[in-house]
Design a protein. Sequence first.
Lengths: 163, 344
Amino acid sequence: MSDTYEPVIIGFLCNWCSYRAADLAGTARLHYSPNMRPIRVMCSGRVEPDLVLKALREGADGVLIAGCHPGECHYIEGNLKTLRRYELLKRMLSQFGVEEERLQIIWASASEGSALAEAVDRMTERLRVLGPLRWHETVIQGNGHLSAEVEMGITADPVTEEV
Amino acid sequence: MTENQKPKFAMYWAASCGGCEISVLNIGDKILEVDAIFDIAFWPVAADFKYEDVRAYPDGYIDLCLFNGAIRTSENEEIAHLLRQKSKVLVAFGACASEGGIPALANLTNSKAIFRTAYLNNPSTDNPDGIVPKTLVKMPEGELHIPSFYNTVKNLEQIVDVDYTIPGCPPEPHQIWAVLQVVVAAFKNGAALPPKGSIIGAENVAVCKECDLEKHEKQIQRFYRPYEITPEPGLCLLEQGLLCLGPATRGGCGALCPKVGMGCRGCYGALEGVEDQGARFLAAISSVTDAGTPKEDEKEIERKVSAAMDTLADPAGTFYRFSMARSLLIRAKNSNGLGKGEVI
């Protein structure tokens, strides 16, 4: 494994605005961080919280949800539902110890290629400072198997179990 | 099982409260039929058997083992392996065994913080020498061992192969009896058991379907905790802003809680095909939160949505009250810092 850490961002981009913004950023040959893996969805309102949690668990360092500006949703208020889910999910993730920077939402219309590119740049930099998430390796595996005595340094022989 | 020999029954409690055992007794005088049909091979709450007795049984000796409670300590895990080996049919019985239950809420904190709070810093704790339990103590007479306390609570399925799951906190007595009848029919007359891996003793519809409170289109302005308002009788609790996990929870209980004015706690777990009950409820509840309209200014919408969500206390603990161990994230990341709810 290489020592250099490159943040992995899963980007859920809405078909009608933000995916086109990403397209525009490409055709305009804007230079921005290559860290986002874009996934096109019909509406940002389609992004269920399960998808975000699964991305974070399966190795993403952050998740970016991008949709149309409020009032401009192709489905009238799909993006408002997204915003409500995001606000609640953000609060819940903080209880799980996931930093706020790891889940971001932005509005980018089809003409805002540069806004999307800047958001990806900004998020990449923040995640670079935060460091990797690596949920499987550091949270579920290592952390999950240590017992209190080992963590508190009470016993000399570490007790670990295999599952 | 040979002819004219009764099938063997076992029930065990790992990290649990004992409610599951009470629920089995709540089948009433039918418990006498259970005794008539089965030989009890191991049941710590009801009969005096030792682990050594179970170790002495041949593999597969126990015909039906109801295992309740989560896996919190090395002892829980050891007995889970032992009972798997000795049982033909192993059932994850109740919310803790099937998805972590209340003990798994501790996955939001960590074992170190739990020890600090329970043994050192709690206002009612008097422990000037800072004595905490150790897994190994050397005494002149020899070594003393106690089980170790894990950092993460798991469900039974994460430890051993499980044949069936009976959800609920606790499982409802009429459901337990229905399951026992199916099992007895299989043992006595060779009737087919349900396919392995089935969730039994529950329905495949949401609690809302069993709940007779009047329901309309939901537009929730803000959330209330149960002590803050008195719900209007006969009307859906969720519509009144009281959190009710009914839409994301498997039925089978008969919607006991919402019918008496307390929102569904979610103890029967997720519906079929749902991987993460909490996330599914989060999605549902957000969609019916009525904050902000497309006509308003972006900042104003964000402010309103944020204010509405601030009224929902403890989202993680509410959405995953029973299902933390089986959720996508399983536990919180805060291993070294202060644990949630820690007393300092």
